[in-house]
Every structure is written in structure tokens, then in C-alpha cells.
Design a binder for this molecule. Sequence first.
Ligand code: HT7
Ligand code: ZN
Length: 854
Amino acid sequence: PVVTRRSDYAPPAWQVPQVALDVALDPLATRVRARLEVVRSGAHDEPLRLDGAGQVPLAVRVDGIAVDDWRIVGGQLVLALPGEAHVIETEVEIAPDRNTQLMGLYASGGILCTQCEAEGFRRITWFPDRPDVLSTYRVRMTADKARFPVLLANGDPVAAGDNADGTHWAEWHDPYPKPSYLFALVAGNLAVNRGTFTTRSGRVVDLGIWVRAADLARTGHALHALQLAMAWDERVYGREYDLDVFNIVAVDDFNFGAMENKGLNIFNSRYILADPDTATDWDYDAIAAVVAHEYFHNWSGNRITCRDWFQLSLKEGFTVYRDQGFSADQGSAAVKRIEDVRGLRAAQFPEDAGPLAHPVRPESYIEIGNFYTATIYNKGAELIRMMATILGPERFRAATDLYFDRFDGTAATCEDFVACMEEAGGVDLTRFRLWYSQAGTPRVSATLDHQPGSGRATLHLAQKVPDTPGQTHKQPQVLPLRLRLFGAETGRPLGDERLVILSDTAASITFETVTERPVVSLNRGFSAPVVIDSDRSAADLAFLARHDDDPFARYEAMQQLMLDTLVAATVEGEADHAAVIAAVADTLDDPTLDRAFVAEAVLLPAESFIGDQLSTVDPEAIFQAREALRRDLGRALDARWRAACDPALRRPFAYTPEDKGIRRLRNVALGYVAASGAADAPALAYAQFEAADNMTDRHGALTTLVGGRSAQRDAALDVFYHRYAGNALVLDKWFQTQALSPLEDTPALVAELAQHPDFTLANPNRARALIGAFGANQRAFHADGGDGYRWLADQLLALDALNPQTAAKLLPPLGRWRRFDPVRADRMRAELARIVATPDISKDLFEQASKSLE
Ligand code: HT7
Ligand code: ZN
């Protein structure tokens, strides 16, 4: 396979300032006529190279004259051109109905739609399909009017009309030059929920959320989120929308969450559709976050795009940072930070510690689709957050203003962004740049040395960036660590919070006026995405869990206390649970804490995160240790859990931060009642399941029931299935909940579910719901020495034949073999080897599997 390297970047030899497309849409035979105005860029005699995949040119014309002296070399159409500027016309035929990869033009439930990021445009027409070629697009679509009454594309509508043969046409024009990956069109029988937004300079923008008519009633939340996001970006970043139209279309078959095409976002329907009966609070939050994320791309991604795909985090890391800020402002910022860090630890830390580790700005790839990762997105967002912390809010805003002004209308690099931070922030980020080039999660060790009587304490910090594939002997990175000391006797802070920038291998920080034994609160707000190894005792952690004034640090102290207990129990077979029980009781009893925070704080660390702390993961021992602690917490605090899930607390559904917190704690509490082994737990859960007026409570009860064995479990699964038959998004939950069950027979059940008539590999949401959830279920996936590995590999190979991108994304659990005992490791490697040896697998799956074997 061809490896693309960052160091090989060369600017495009030809630019394409104008594109006109004429698309005669038909599910089985769509004709695409493209007219490209090409201009030589600089003095050279390079031919024009156009990318194409899956189609042959039926005709090629240069300046109106048919030519046949073109060649296809390495998938590119190569055309020698004599002059400085030419008009190139091509014609191709494609079959969206047969496109199972869901890249390029494809069909989803009768809707024709496009997905062009990263390299899908080349499946539609011949084009220099790279992000540094910016063009204005005029698009004319023709389609059967009865089947495809709505025709949408980027930009603004220009004209439309009917033809005598039952077809109709529409023309759209996007005045903003854009790379081909932002091209989009949609044709279908769609209904619209319309709204408006008036920008601060008075532009009235028509907003539309387009869905199947049956889904229209579930679009209100997304529309409202869009309006909130538009206002937020004006207020917080000074960014205004720039077209008269902003459309969003929801489709059921989508490889990702959503796509930020200029003026025409296309979404996975799971990130648009919501009503209380079918969507959980998690879904509601995710919809708002993804709608905001895609909208924010209009500036961070579209107005300023990426020079090449190695710069992907320029738009994705920054836009995740922006959507995190938006979500934090909608409710509890502390809970949002906790959720984001939980997600980072669940997905990015393992990626950074495994065979697929890569820097935020990678050096090479085989398939760019494999680099839409937690590292690019979430670690990338942490890098922006650290720069914002170092600069402070005013200077950070000045730096983003500078970036948006300076690079508007261009294809930029991560370096361009950092240079703006430096210039407007008045800081030197030379060493900070290592975050972009070095992979791996830095580990920081911290020991606090108190000299009683001297009024002084010294914090000794040391850092190490671990080796990752292809990278050893790394330099120390720049770590902004927010710190504060608290007095162990009084519980009061000893001085203000300090921001310490650790940029050497080791440093010692001295604190004065330390009048009592200090306890250190470290990396407050998770100011640096690192692992902290500290010598804080269980008593100190319990103390911080009670007294820290930084909510994240308070949560973190509790988690560390739980983690230490669980690691000890896993290794030694048992541990004293008293300190955790007391800390959880205190948290539950604190009336000043918001319920959503309490729910997060009393949740035990995930099994996979416990495994990440051990040299060899023993999934069964981890599960048993965690269950034992859950049982003891359930029993010791029974009355408190029952109070939190008391039916009397229920009130009619409202999507407010307060109600969400109550529901979240209710479901956590229900889980603890069940974990206690109480005989009435299934009945309690079933009662909640039946009485619920919203999906959060119903699904929470179902999850608890599916985690145990009872008659109510089977009944609830059956009722749920029949109640939501025909609702694909809810059926995904039905599959996923069972695949996540901790019961011993989950592997067998998952294999059975793969044969269920509602299971299909053709729909990425369904494939992820079953296969992805099973891979994430540590106990089930690794059960019986690894019978699940073969099943996963078989599924991946079958899926690869249809949709390589989705298959490749589901492979990483098999690549974690180094973390397991030799028997499991050998079996995982054998499956990876089998995948690599399978003839004709995609480069997507090949890259993931072969790198995982190294
Ligand atoms: N920028 C979008 C990325 C995306 C994507 C990537 C690969 C294959 C399919 C895809 N669909 C969307 C989404 C985002 O980050 O906003
Ligand atoms: Zn994005």
C-alpha cells in the first residue's frame, strides 16, 4: 500500500478557482458533468492530475475540444496542458444505489446524499481532491420530481424549474471558495422544520432541518441547538454566519456523526432526532454538541481549512474545544469537564498507549480515514485548552481573532495556529509544539515534602513521555498544571491556586506560609492531559474528595481513591472498602452538590480504565473486584440509593440541567440497589421501566435489568423491542445494551443477535451498536480466553467487504494484545494475522490490522 508522508507535501501545481457541476441524479446511473476552470500555479511544466475512484471518464474535453491523450496513473487522470489556464470538462456515470462504502454519492433510505471528507469527492467526479485546492461551486441537479422532490446543495439556491418529462431541476451557488471535501448535495422526499436566526449584523438566515416526514416532530431540539450555537459563536468568538441559508439533512446510514459541508450539513440521524420517548438525556446532549460542532466548523474548518490532512487537528481539535465550551455553557461546566475527561481516558489514553498511537499531527498514513481518531479530535482539543490556559481568556480570544482574520479564505496549518497564539498571546510556544509531534500520554510523578515548623512545603514534579511505535527517547513537554494546597486540619486552602508550567524533566515548587500539614490538589480542571502518579494517601484523597474547591479535582480525588482500592483488590483478591464507602456517603449527603455531579462522582471507574493501571489485564479479576465494591456500596448505602431512585421523586419530563441530574443519579442509584443483590431490585427496576415517561429512565432501568438475571429482564427486553419496532435508533439501543451486559453468556448472546432479522452490517449505527459495544465490553470480549476474538475478526472481514471505513474503526480492541496474558495475546494476534492475510481486504482494515501486529 502507498504511504502518504507529511514531509512530501508540495503545493498544488494547478488551482481550480471555479467548478460547475451538472448532475443528472438516478440511483442506478447518475451522470456527472464537471466543468473545471484550471489555472497553472507557479512556473512549472507539470501536467494536471485529477483524482478519481470507482469511475472511468466517459468523455474529457479541454477548452471545448474532446481529447483522448489522457492517461490514468496511480488512480489519477493525467492531462498535459499547454497554457496557463484551461477549461476541463469531464463526464462520468456512477451508481449511488450500489455504493455501500457510504463515501461519495450514495443512497440512504431513498435519499441520495454525499459524503466527501476526506477523499469522497473523487468518487463523484475527477478532481484534484485535496484540501488546499479551493474553488467556488455552481451545481445544477436534475432528478425525478416524484421520488426526489427536494434538491439541496451548498450555498444559496439560485433557480429551479420543472421539465416536461417528470423531472425537475435546481441550481445552487456557493460564493465561498472551498475544498472538494466540503461539497454536498442531497435529493429526496424530505420534510423541513424551518427557523430563522438573525446575525448581529442583521442578516436573516433561513434555517432548515430536513428529515423524512415521519421524523419531523423530533427535530425541534436540533433546531433550537443550532440557534443557540449561532448566538454562542458570535458572543464567545465573534464569529458570524455568512450565507442566507443553513440547511441540515439527517440520514440513517452514515459513517460518522455528521459532516460540516458549507451551508448544507449532513447528519447521522442519531445526532438530530430526539423526543423524550425515544432519546436519552445523553442523546439530547450529544445532539446539541454535534449540531454546535458542525456549525462551528463554518469558521474553524470551512472559512479556514486544512492545508493537508496531516493538519486535520487544526480544524477538529479546535472545533472540539469550541463545542466543549458551548456545552459547558449550557449546564454544569464541571460535569461537562468530567464527562470529557472520562471520554479521553476511555478512548484516547488507550490509543496513545497502544500500537495505533500517533501524534496529534501525524507523520504518515496509508488511509486518512483511519486518522479521524480520539487523538486528533480529543487530545487535539486538550492542546488548544492548554494554550488557552497558558494565555488566559483575553489573550486567547485575541489570538483566535488574529487566526481567523489572518487565515480567512485559506488552507492553513497547525503551525499557523500556534504562531497566532504566540504572537497575540506574547508567549514563546517553541517547546509546546512537541505536543503536536510526540505521541504518548506524559506521566507526571508528584511528591509533596512538608518541613513542619518551617512554614514551607516543596512539591517535587518529574515527567516522562513514554515510548510509542516509531518514537523513543522523547523530550519533556510543556505541562500547565493548576495546583493548590489545602490544610489537612482545617480543610482550608493554604494560599491561592497556582499555575505551574512544567517544561523540564523535573522541577521543585516551593510553597510558603504553609501553617499546617498540606494536601496537594493537582492538575485541577485536568489542566494538562497527563497521568499523575502521586504519593497521596487514601486519607488525603478522601480529604480532597470532601474539601477541594475545584469540582473536577474533587471528583478526581474520589476516582483515584476508588481506583487505588480496585487495583489493590484486583491484584490481591480483596481490599478494604471502608474509605470509598465513607467518601461516597459524604458525597451523596452533601446538599450543596448538584445531582449530576454527585452521579458522576459516585460512579466507579470503568473496567477498562482499571485494566489500564495494571501491567497485565485480568478482565475477570477486574470485573469481580469492581462488582464486590459495587455490592458493598449498594448494601452499605442502601437507604440512600433507594431515596435517590424513589418513584416519588419522579416528575414529568423536562430537559433542564436540574432534572437531568436527578435522572442521572436515579439510574446510578438503581444500579447500586441491583448490585447489592436486593431481592426486590428487579421489581424496582421494572416498575421504573414501566412507569417512565422518558427514555433516560426507561433505558436506565433496562440497563440495570440486562445486567442481571430475572424474569423482568426478559420481559423488559421484549416490551422494549416491540414498543420500538421500526425505530432504528431505539433498536440500536436494544442491541447495544445487550452487547454491553456483564453477564457470562453475553458472548453467546451477541453471536445470536448477529443473526437477528434486525441486525445488518449495511447500517453503520447497527454494526457499531453490536460489534462496537461487544469490543468495548472488557469482560465479555476477553471471556473464555478469547472466543470473542474470532467472532470479531469474522464480523470485521464481512463488514470490510461493504464498508471498509466502519470496519477499520471497530478493529482497535483486537490490537490491545500486549496488555493481556500470553494465551489471550496469542489468540488476538492470530486473528490480526488472519485479517492481514485475507486477500483483497481494504487498505483501511489492512493499515489498522498490520500496525496492530507490530
Ligand atoms: N469533519 C467530519 C468528518 C467526517 C468523516 C470522516 C471520515 C469519514 C466520514 C466522515 N463523515 C464526517 C465530521 C466532524 O468532525 O465534524
Ligand atoms: Zn469536526
